[in-house]
Design a protein around this ligand. Sequence first.
Ligand code: SAH
Length: 370
Amino acid sequence: MTTPVISYSPLIAPHGVVEPELILQWLREEDPARLEELFAEADRVRRQTVGDAIFLRGLIEISSHCVRACGYCGLRAANTGLTRYRMSEEEILTCAHEAKELGYGTVVMQAGEDPELTGAFVAGLIRRIKQETGLAVTLSLGERTRAELEAWREAGANRYLIRFETSNEELFRRIHPTPAGIGRNRFEVLRDLRELGYEVGSGVMIGIPGQSYADLARDIELFRTLDLDMIGTGPWLEHPDTPLASFARLPEGEQVPSNEDMTYKVVALARLSCPLANIPATTALATINKANGRELGLQRGANILMPNVTPVKYRALYQIYPAKACVDETARQCQGCMSRRIRSIGREPGAGAGPSPNMTRRGVEDGSAG
Ligand code: SAH
């Protein structure tokens, strides 16, 4: 069988092969005219590879309980200033039905690392959502065991999101302590997910204190070598009740800023590096530019939005960072807002589940597509 070959943009692969040095150069680029070129190219590639449809994923934040100590995240166990919640099966099902009524093709269930969300509970949930709504199911529940990932796949889960956060191992250890017996290596989780037939999503935070330009360029290279189906990235947002707020930054010129422009560069370079991936304009991006961050992300490489369908009474409690966009809106209001934003840039909401075209490509390559 002939292998479909991905051709890369000359902006990162002038001789047909991606040159990592060019990714680093683009991350450092400040000239507005050159950046417009990068953004226009990412938009062109996006149109060519994944088209104009914007797929909507209804996000349900099912539990804010967490046993971990991530230095960046407001849900960390040591943060005692937070009221914790865990949604019941019926509450989650109600949200899934609402997502379906609002026309979304997928629900994403995300949570802190919460052992009370047992393998059996989550498997039961997945089965009911599939039976009652037929929606695609994405999970984002942290570093779970292979046995759990396998059981959830068997129950019908389609996709899994777990960011590697940074490819700098030393930095990752600092921001993501993993005491013996807790958690798993995220790259092993990603490998398990691939073997189990999930659509695999990962990504990073942009501007973590201690993250260099070279680190971020390697992150983007890794998106490509991991052959990711989905890539979620967003600016690191300082949460005052977390250790990262006081972490040392690198010297000026080495430290990646956690700002909007850097986020667009990463979205655009992710699109050029992984032309067939599904790439969201994330809530973190919307949080730093509430007026039109999402639209700009969608015009610079992204093709996915993740409207929140979590019940309003829980939303403010899922505070991974402060001032999160959309915390006061109902699911229906979010849907109206997202539709307006999509139409304002001349695009259209996608119909159906919107699987990653990269997954479809891999299926063709190994002959298992069907
Ligand atoms: N417990 C799951 C889900 C975490 S929330 C997991 O760890 O995979 C999903 C993502 O939010 C994280 O992967 C992280 O990249 C992002 N995030 C967490 N805290 C953040 C912060 N302070 N600023 C920006 N993004 C953050």
